[in-house]
Ligand binder design. Structure first.
Ligand SMILES: *[C@@H]1O[C@H](CO)[C@@H](O)[C@H](O)[C@H]1NC(C)=O
Ligand SMILES: *[C@@H]1O[C@H](CO)[C@@H](O)[C@H](O)[C@H]1NC(C)=O
Ligand SMILES: *[C@@H]1O[C@H](CO)[C@@H](O)[C@H](O)[C@H]1NC(C)=O
Length: 338
């Protein structure tokens, strides 16, 4: 089956599956450098969370206990940095104390150089050991990004400074103008999607067959509109919590390029992800989706986004010039989890 210039295999499976919780999975290595969750919202300014350390001086080889605590939070990212150059790479590595709530990440090719959450369960305290490396800078500080919920988060909360013995005293680095984090803009759709261009300008997958989302609340629509460089994707359906589409090389889910529109607190988030099996969509961060928009009216959730047909070098995103099986799924989301 082809729409103008856009080939897709017509093995379309409408699934009503409930994915097991794996969102957010905490595998946020794309956020290592800027420590920005890329959730599409502006970070909070006054930190509510605290980082404390078990000792104020360290020698290479020391293990220092670092505690991040505060009001209940779902996600976090913790790194050690050169206190005199906060934009430098993470320093040293961590050892977990509780691997149920935290996991090690590999940032800048150093295994364990950052720690993040394992699941979005609420926590009020995280404890880890920081292992001081040889050749560490004189002064180290800890930075934490804390996500209370999807749209409420703090970036690079500074912790205490710890120092090696007998080094020149710590001097505050020259204030650098922090670049505003680039948050993708997401807008509101002012009107419903409709089916009038289906089979004409856009390639549509609909259930029930030939339904129109503008007229029928129960209509599940997935549409693709292609131009030279990009594809515009629309998804619409009764709001159960999330809608997703996956491109697959085969008729089984797994190793797929997927996009999820997920409802949290009456806000729809549009998130590229990938599937490693039937039960684990893993959210990807910082991928280049454009023109994201959504709408939630009368229990109908709609979202749209544009993506380039080819995204060379971007992990987990397929080249849409080929043929794929397409999976459409919807289901329930609990507090932003699917
Ligand atoms: C951080 O911890 C210190 C000392 O334990 C405490 O005095 C302070 O109120 C805490 N700050 C926040 C924001 O929780
Ligand atoms: C801080 O670290 C960055 C990244 O490694 C480096 O480019 C920059 O020159 C460093 N700045 C200073 C003042 O050392
Ligand atoms: C259907 O949607 C398109 C795109 O938003 C719009 O241009 C068109 O006017 C709509 N058609 C009808 C019949 O509402």
């Amino acid at each position: 089956m082809t729409a103008p210039g856009f080939t897709v295999s017509a093995f379309i499976l409408l699934l009503h599956v409930s994915f097991v919780a794996n969102y957010p999975s905490g595998k946020v290595t794309k956020s290592c450098g800027g420590m920005i969750p890329e959730h599409g919202h502006t970070p909070q300014s006054h930190p509510a969370h605290n980082i404390s350390v078990s000792q104020k001086t360290f020698r290479p080889g020391d293990q220092i206990k670092v505690t991040l605590s505060g009001p209940p939070f779902k996600g976090f990212l913790l790194e050690a940095r050169d206190a005199e150059n906060l934009s430098g790479p993470p320093v040293g590595s961590f050892t977990l104390i509780d691997s149920h709530v935290s996991q090690l990440l590999t940032c800048e090719d150093v295994q364990g150089s950052a720690v993040s959450h394992r699941s979005p369960s609420k926590k009020t305290e995280i404890k880890v050991f920081w292992d001081a490396p040889s050749g560490a800078p004189n002064h180290i500080t800890f930075l934490a990004t804390v996500v209370e919920k999807y749209k409420i988060y703090w970036v690079k909360i500074p912790g205490p400074v710890i120092s090696q013995p007998n080094v020149p005293p710590f001097t505050t680095p020259e204030a650098t103008i922090a670049p505003m984090p680039t948050v993708p803009s997401v807008s509101h759709l002012t009107r419903s999607f409709n089916a009038s261009d289906c089979g004409n300008k856009k390639f549509c997958i609909r259930s029930p067959l030939n339904c129109d989302p503008e007229k029928e609340r129960a209509c599940v629509l997935l549409s693709f509109t292609r131009d030279d460089q990009s594809v515009m994707v629309e998804m619409s359906g009764p709001s159960k919590g999330y809608l997703s589409v996956a491109f697959s090389h085969d008729r089984w889910m797994g190793d797929d390029d997927a996009y999820v529109c997920i409802l949290e607190d009456q806000i729809v988030h549009i998130q590229p992800s990938h599937l490693t099996g039937r039960s684990h969509p893993i959210m990807d961060f910082g991928d280049p989706l454009e023109d994201m928009a959504w709408r939630l009216v009368d229990g109908v959730m709609q979202c749209s986004f544009r993506r380039n047909i080819t995204l060379p070098g971007v992990k987990n995103r397929f080249d849409l010039n080929a043929s794929y099986y397409i999976f459409v799924a919807d289901g329930a989301a609990v507090d932003g989890r699917i």
